[in-house]
Each structure stands twice: as structure tokens, then as C-alpha cells.
Write a protein that binds this ligand. Sequence first.
Ligand SMILES: [Zn+2]
Length: 202
Amino acid sequence: MSYAPPLQRLVTELSKLPGIGNRTAQRLAFHILRSSDDDAAALATAIREVKQLIGQCEICFNLAEGPRCRICEDERRDTSVICVVEDSSDVIPLERTHEYRGLYHVLGGALSPIDGVDPDDLRIAELYARLEGDAGGVHEVVLATNPTTTGEATALHIADGLRERAPQITVTRLASGLPVGSDLEYADEVTLGRAFAGRRAL
Ligand SMILES: [Zn+2]
């Protein structure tokens, strides 16, 4: 027996979410069906608004409500350091460490030739352009890509590129101590804070 089409559509959409299997999708769909009209409408509105209102920062490609993100707009940030991360989801855990007051650059992934992700697919050229247009204000670039094979390859690729284009800039990488093979997103604040404080030159 199958569900009524509107309910089945909701189950289908929910099951597309990461970590949500068909059973969980069914449970969530029934929960939404039983919830109040207001709660269900608030969920639908939140989903619609996140797509309508959140875009990418024109400078660092972090998530932004408007043309620039809050970090790029904050005049108290240290503009002499740029921290390079794979995804915008990596910015929040780094911010939580309170170890860093500089700016960010979000690559949009990591190099992975097997998956067809080449340098052109990431915002590496945008990073170089940012440094070229900066007239010497940036002294350090912190490569905070994930401690995974692809993250390491990405860090080394960018370190080479920076040595060639901007030899005056110090290039650092987060210290070890981060769980190898995992994402920054899941590291605890203390470990991540220590890794940041102990970053080393590449
Ligand atoms: Zn920004």
C-alpha cells in the first residue's frame, strides 16, 4: 500500500536529505503531518527563505545575506591574514575557537582528480586574484583544508601556487592533532583551537 500522493511527495523529498533513509523520512513526514499548521508553515518558509536570502560573499565566497558576508564587513577583523577552507560550513567551527580574527576564503571543495575536481573547479584563481589586488596587505595565508588526502593535496597545490605568485606571503597549515581523515566541521573547539594556534609554515 502506498501513501496518498502529497504525503509520498514529502517522504520522497525528505529522503533526499543526507543521512535520512526512507524510514526516517517517513517518520519525519508523519511528524510534519501531525504538527500544527503554524509549525509546518514555518518549516516551509524557512526552507524557501534560506534559498532566497542566502547567497555567496563576493569577496570570500562564504555564505552571505547580501553581497558581502558579516566577516568581510566587520572592520575589526585582521585583514593581513586569510584562512583558506574547503566549505563555508568550516567557517563556523573555526570562529568558535576564538583563535582567529582574520578573513576567510572558501574554495568550494577539495582537489580530487578521481572525482573530476580540478583546480579550475575550486575558487583558487579567485584567491590569487584577491592577493594580487590586495597590494601587499596580506602577510599570511592559513591553509585550513581538511586533514584528508584531498584536503592535503589541495593545501600543497595552493602552497606551490602561492610560492610562485606571492613569495612574500607566509603560508601556514593547521598543526597536527586534528583527527586524520575527518572534516574540520566535526573537530571539537579545543582541538581545532590548538591546531590553529600551532599552525606551521609550509
Ligand atoms: Zn566574505
